[in-house]
Design a protein around this ligand. Structure first.
Ligand code: SF4
Length: 463
């Protein structure tokens, strides 16, 4: 029988990357091959994200570009998954009649079975909502793609050196601006033993770094969740897996950060010195309107507790500017928080109306031009802070996990423990290794360095 080829395009967050990896694993188990380009594929799947506005339009644009392939090969199956699939459902079929499959994130695990019989001349299939969660990976007909792709034959994703591992899905927080709870459903934790088994398998297969993922990992195992226990306990047990060099987790909600978790930053040697802690706004009135359930004083207290536990902790955050009703003074409170905390880097966005959310209905929307001005100002302030932090690293040596190539010939790149992007000259044989790099130059988004002299000597001896 002819081998069938699957081409996956992944938009958005690390959780989507993880989901795509799971789907690829499941399909490979059924004899499919992962293709590197869409041309010649038998099934093309767009795993989408709708956290930003115009997401559906972007996906439709992509599907329009794929129409030529469908005309050349009418047997080609085209599918859309992820949040746009959940949000748009049947509507996508009206705009893209050559689409065969629309599958929400909770139903991804059903795709391999569907494709056994689906042909492009059949009526399209739309699946949404949550499939039942598997708590016993070995049980008869599992539906959950995470359990399906779990430890026994899980294959690490595109970068086996550094792997993602989803520990929980969904979100119960319902922040006023966010679509995630409507599209990804209620919080569900995976059983601890299943996560540990998958983590061990990834490490055994060569992953030096693991990042535990969830919309709100700190809620892992909260009473009432299906499965899971305590996040502090889980993190400690994953950290104790032999040969795991680096451990990270994201994303954390500032309202759910227990002191025991803060303390782990000073206790677990392989827990990296970086934390992403979304602030969103510096004004207490705006934070309350966003439904974040913490105030600026709590956030500042948490930052100082974290820095007391781990003085060289790098911090990154998310900021939304121009939330409905945000005054100039309230925006300046956000800028002030940036200046007083000194984040290493930020992800910043203009507020945009998202369907189904509470903020959609709020009055006093800020004009686009004003949101743009605030965003540009905020980013300029942060750029200077980041550059200053990078300049302070000149002359220091950082441990870098090499996982890619730099822009210049012979240049390698990787991340330090505190998530700085570092470029340096070195042989390809260092790919996938931890090396020490002395920092020579600082730029706003990256650092340039050279291999430490003892590392260079060791390489010369090898040659
Ligand atoms: S915590 Fe808030 S912003 Fe984060 S996923 Fe949940 S609802 Fe969205």
């Amino acid at each position: 029988m002819k081998t069938r080829n699957l081409y996956i395009v992944t938009y958005g967050c690390q959780m989507n990357v993880y989901d795509s990896t799971c789907l690829g694993t499941l399909m490979k188990k059924r004899g499919w091959k992962l293709a590197e380009k869409p041309e010649g594929a038998d099934f093309i799947f767009l795993n989408t994200c709708s956290i930003r506005e115009k997401a559906a339009r972007r996906v439709i644009g992509h599907l329009n570009r794929l129409k030529a392939l469908k005309q050349k090969n009418p047997a080609l199956i085209l599918g859309v998954g992820g949040c746009v699939a959940e949000q748009e459902g049947q509507k996508l079929l009206k705009q893209v009649p050559w689409l065969n499959l629309v599958v929400g994130p909770g139903r991804l695990g059903e795709i391999p079975q569907l494709l056994e019989n689906l042909t492009s001349d059949m009526p399209p299939i739309v699946l949404s909502g949550q499939a039942p969660l598997m708590t016993e990976p070995a049980a008869s007909e599992p539906q959950d793609h995470r359990a399906l792709a779990s430890f026994k034959d899980f294959e690490p994703g595109p970068s086996p050196i550094s792997s993602f591992l989803t520990i929980m899905t969904g979100c119960d927080n319902y922040c006023a601006y966010c679509v995630v709870p409507y599209l990804r459903g209620r919080e569900t934790s995976r059983p601890k033993e299943e996560i540990l088994a998958e983590a061990r398998s990834l490490v055994n297969r060569g992953s030096l770094e693991l990042t535990l993922l969830g919309q709100n990992v700190n809620s892992y195992g909260r009473p009432g969740h299906r499965g899971g226990q305590d996040f502090v306990e889980l993190l400690t047990e994953v950290a104790n897996i032999p040969h795991l060099e680096r451990l990270r987790f994201t994303t954390s909600h500032p309202k759910d950060f227990p002191p025991a978790l803060v303390d782990l930053f000073g206790q677990l040697p392989n827990l990296c010195e970086h934390l992403h802690l979304p602030l969103q706004a510096g004004s207490d009135r705006i934070l309350a309107a966003m439904g974040r359930r913490y105030d600026s004083a709590h956030y500042l207290w948490l930052v100082s507790a974290l820095r007391a536990a781990c003085p060289n902790l790098a911090l990154s955050t998310d900021i939304i500017v121009g939330f409905p009703g945000e005054t100039e003074q309230e925006f300046n409170q956000t800028v002030k928080m940036l200046e007083s905390i000194g984040f290493d880097f930020i992800f910043s966005f203009k507020y945009s109306d998202r369907p189904m959310t509470k903020a959609n209905l709020l009055p006093d929307k800020i004009e686009e031009k004003e949101k743009q001005r605030r965003l540009a100002h905020l980013q300029a302030v942060q750029k200077a802070i980041t550059l200053e932090k990078h300049q302070a690293l000149i002359g220091q040596s950082l441990e870098v996990l090499v996982d890619g190539f730099g822009r210049n010939q012979g240049q390698l790149s990787g991340r330090s423990r505190d998530l700085k992007l570092v470029h340096f000259d070195g042989p390809e044989s260092l790919m996938g290794q931890l090396v020490m790099v002395k920092i020579l130059e600082a730029w706003p988004v990256s650092l340039i360095g050279e291999l430490n002299s003892n590392q260079k000597k060791a390489l010369q001896n090898l040659n």
